[in-house]
Design a protein around this ligand. Structure first.
Ligand code: 13P
Length: 252
C-alpha cells in the first residue's frame, strides 16, 4: 500500500524562531516515538527559512518543499526565486498552482505550465494544486473545471515526468473557511482525477500518483478523509501551524 503523505503548507506564517523551534520539537517528538505514525511528512515553510529547515531535517525521513518557484530560469525579476536557487540549497520539492497564488498573484495555467517545465528541468518534485470555486460547484462544474486545469498544465507533460508527481485537490471554497468538502465529495473528485490519469497515462502511472485533499483539514476530520480509497493524504494549512494539531493529523 502507498504511504500516506501529509504536507504542512505554512503559507506566510511562522518567523525564524517559530519555524526552527517547531521543526526541532516535531523531530524530537517523532524520533522519541511519542506518537505513532506511518506517514510521509513534508513541510513547506517560507522562502527565507527553507535552508535552515532543510538543515534541521537533514538525515531524517521528513522533507521540505518550497511554496512556489518562478517560471523563468534567471534574470531581472525582482523579488522572485528560481528553480536553480532552490536546487542549490538542497530543496527537492515545490508546491505549484495554489489557488491563493492564482487569486493574489494572477497565476494562469500558461504560467503554471512554464513553472512545471522549469521544475522538471531542475528535478524538483511537484505538488500540483487543482480545485473549483464555490460558484463552479454550485453550477455543478467542478469536474469540468478540474479536468481543464489538468489538461492545460500537467497533462501537457509526458508520462516519464509523472514519477513522484503529487496532486492536491483543494476546493477553493474550503480553504481557510472552516468549510470542508465531505470525505465523500472529496473521494468522488479524487476518483475522477485518478480516472483522468488512467485515460492519459495508463493504470500503472495512475496508481503511483498520490492525490491529497486540502481545505480546512484538521485533527478532527483527517481520519475520515484518510480512510477513503483515493485520498492519499492531505495538504494542510491552518491546522499545521500548531504542533499539537499537526501531530494529531499525522497519527490519524
Ligand atoms: P487550510 O487548511 O487553512 O484550509 O488551507 C488549505 C491549504 O490551502 C493548503 O494548501
Amino acid at each position: 500500500m502507498k504511504k500516506k503523505i501529509v504536507i504542512a503548507n505554512w503559507k506566510m506564517n511562522h518567523d525564524f524562531y517559530e519555524t526552527t523551534s517547531f521543526l526541532r520539537n516535531l523531530l524530537k517528538i517523532l524520533l522519541d516515538k511519542k506518537i505513532n505514525h506511518k506517514k510521509k511528512v513534508i513541510i513547506a515553510p517560507s522562502f527565507p527559512f527553507l535552508q535552515i529547515s532543510n538543515q534541521i531535517l537533514q538525515g531524517t525521513a521528513f522533507s521540505i518543499a518550497a511554496q512556489n518557484v518562478h517560471q523563468m530560469e534567471n534574470g531581472s525579476y525582482t523579488g522572485e526565486v528560481s528553480a536553480s536557487m532552490l536546487k542549490s540549497i538542497g530543496i527537492q520539492k515545490v508546491i505549484l498552482g495554489h489557488s491563493e497564488r492564482k487569486k493574489y498573484c494572477y497565476e494562469t495555467n500558461d504560467i503554471l505550465l512554464k513553472k512545471i517545465h522549469i521544475s522538471f528541468k531542475y528535478r524538483l518534485n511537484i505538488i500540483f494544486c487543482v480545485g473549483e470555486t464555490f460558484f463552479e460547484r454550485e453550477r455543478k462544474e467542478q469536474f469540468t473545471v478540474v479536468k481543464n486545469q489538468l489538461e492545460e498544465t500537467v497533462f501537457q507533460c509526458s508520462s516519464e515526468k509523472m514519477i513522484d508527481f503529487i496532486i492536491a485537490y483543494e476546493p477553493i471554497w474550503a480553504i481557510g473557511t472552516g468549510k470542508t468538502a465531505t470525505p465523500e465529495q472529496a473521494q468522488k473528485m479524487h476518483k475522477y482525477i485518478r480516472t483522468l490519469f488512467i485515460d492519459k497515462y495508463g493504470e500503472k502511472i495512475s496508481k503511483k500518483i498520490s492525490i491529497l485533499y486540502g481545505g480546512s483539514l484538521n485533527e478532527i476530520n483527517a481520519k475520515n478523509f484518510f480512510s477513503k480509497e483515493d485520498i492519499d493524504g492531505g495538504l494542510v494549512g491552518n491546522s499545521s501551524l500548531q504542533i499539537e494539531k499537526f501531530l494529531k493529523i499525522l497519527s490519524s
